[in-house]
Design a binder for this molecule. Structure first.
Ligand code: HEM
Length: 440
């Protein structure tokens, strides 16, 4: 199969048709620094109300995009992959000129399942499926339970700690490594790689503004960043090649032996598959685990309900995911002229779907900014996407959240967020780097 990174269409500068809705003043979804305060829910509310398909310009000569914020419109875009392609330009926003990109990350983010359209998308997705079936996940659940207990045992005597470092960053990594088949001794490396991947956007932005005189600190960070990214890809490629020769009952072997158009994946697609699974399987769940603790602290009545009635926890998990919506957006490219909610979109223009905005749409979720652990339609959230690219790891994430909060609430019913938090400047994933908790 031809590399997607070689066919990628940059996008057509827009807007090419009249705007049906105004461009709202003060909304800037490309300013990553604003996302270190959390998702811009107040802006999202104004957009849903006054400009549900809003034209948004991009810096650095990016083509610009249509920002879609209503639940029904996000569903419509996701439900029509023939018109709104993942492959023509990938799912990430433009990050500027080629010299500002990390070439390997850029390439790998495109040469992957998530950036494919039919029919190759379905073919490669099928190869992953045996490791996401209910039968496989039953065995995994027991191992997740054991790991949750082990991590909480380690925290128990402390009374206060950073939940990210001690729990949320570690559990998804354990689970993913179990599915992939990564040996225990190699697992700590993943933590380091995740740290640098979360900082990728920040680094590109700092590099762009530093001009010709970057600080020593920035130069050192760039060197560390590059070394880590290289190490991550080298490790993945070596492991996948090893599995090709000596297959094991694990996801890594399934990816290594997958075929598209009758051929095994090229090294470029192996890199892309590796990056996708390492990032998608870790970061999203990690941030939902942390974000849930913050929510339970902000809504003490809901916390008390779950402590008193733990049987509500499985149902509450969808509400946690709805409220956190850790994936902020996914992008598509129009393959033909089309219309979304009265706005005509031109062929080649970009459309960006905001999941956090859709998941707080009052027309679907009344009193949407409130955590309600018994919300009847919480499962209508679209934090996992919708349509052919719906998250393949959805159930894996739910199992981890369920097991984690069942044990946390039983063992530490007084655990609370202290108010101290650090969120990365990242407008793609709501990335909580630190969340202090105590349970005095
Ligand atoms: C709360 C946790 C998670 C959230 C919110 C989440 C969110 C998403 C979203 C929104 C998509 C759709 C992408 C699109 O429409 O283009 C997606 C796809 C994907 N996710 Fe997740 N995810 C989570 C956990 C996981 C886990 C635990 C794994 C793996 C173990 C995983 C692996 C993937 C993969 C491989 C895809 C690509 C599927 C495809 O393109 O067919 N995710 N995820």
């Amino acid at each position: 199969m031809q590399l997607i990174s070689e066919t990628v269409v940059e996008g057509r500068a827009g807007p090419n048709f009249d705007r049906a809705y105004p461009v709202l003043e003060g909304v800037n979804l490309t300013d990553i620094a604003r996302f270190s305060q959390g998702q811009p829910y107040a802006d999202f509310a104004r957009m849903r109300d006054q400009a549900p398909v809003m034209w948004h310009a991009e810096p650095n000569d990016g083509p610009g995009f249509w920002a879609v914020t209503r639940h029904a419109d996000v569903m419509a875009v996701n439900g029509d992959p023939a018109t709104f392609s993942s492959q023509r330009g990938g799912i990430l926003m433009s990050i500027g000129k080629p010299e500002q990109r990390h070439s390997m990350l850029f390439r790998a983010s495109l040469d992957a399942l998530i950036s494919m359209d039919a029919p190759n998308h379905l073919q490669l997705r099928r190869e992953h499926m045996p490791y996401f079936t209910p039968g496989y996940l039953r065995g995994l659940t027991e191992r997740v339970k054991g790991e949750v207990t082990r991590l909480l045992d380690g925290m128990a005597a402390r009374g206060e700690c950073d939940l990210v470092e001690n729990f949320s960053a570690v559990l998804p990594l354990f689970t993913l490594c179990e599915i992939l088949g990564v040996p225990a001794e190699d697992r700590p490396k993943f933590l380091k790689w995740m740290h640098y991947l979360e900082m990728a956007q920040n680094m590109a932005a700092e590099q762009a503004t530093a001009g010709i005189t970057p600080t020593l600190e920035l130069m050192q960070f760039i060197a560390d960043f590059n070394a880590n990214v290289e190490e991550m890809f080298e490790y993945g490629r070596a492991m996948l090649h090893k599995r090709r020769l000596d297959p094991q009952p694990d996801l890594m072997s399934a990816i290594a032996r997958a075929t598209i158009e009758g051929e095994q994946l090229s090294d470029e697609f192996l890199d892309g598959s590796w990056l996708l699974i390492v990032f998608a399987g870790n970061d999203t769940t990690r941030n939902t685990l942390s974000g849930t603790m913050r929510l339970l602290t902000e809504f003490p009545d809901q916390h008390a309900r779950l402590v008193a009635s733990p049987e509500l926890i499985p149902g509450a998990v969808n509400e946690f995911i709805r409220m956190v919506s850790p994936v902020i957006y996914m992008r598509r490219t129009a393959t033909r002229d089309s219309v979304i909610n009265g706005q005509t979109i031109a062929e080649g223009e970009k459309v960006v779907m905001y999941y956090g905005a859709a998941n707080r749409d009052e027309t679907v979720f009344p009193d949407a900014n409130r955590l309600d652990v018994t919300r009847a339609n919480a499962d209508k959230h679209i934090a996992f996407g919708y349509g052919p690219h719906t998250c393949i790891g959805k159930r894996v994430a739910q199992i981890q959240l369920e097991e984690a909060y069942r044990q946390i609430l039983a063992r530490f019913p007084n655990m609370r967020w202290t108010g101290e938090i650090d969120i990365a400047p990242n407008n793609f994933v709501h990335a909580i780097r630190k969340l202090m908790v105590n349970w005095g």
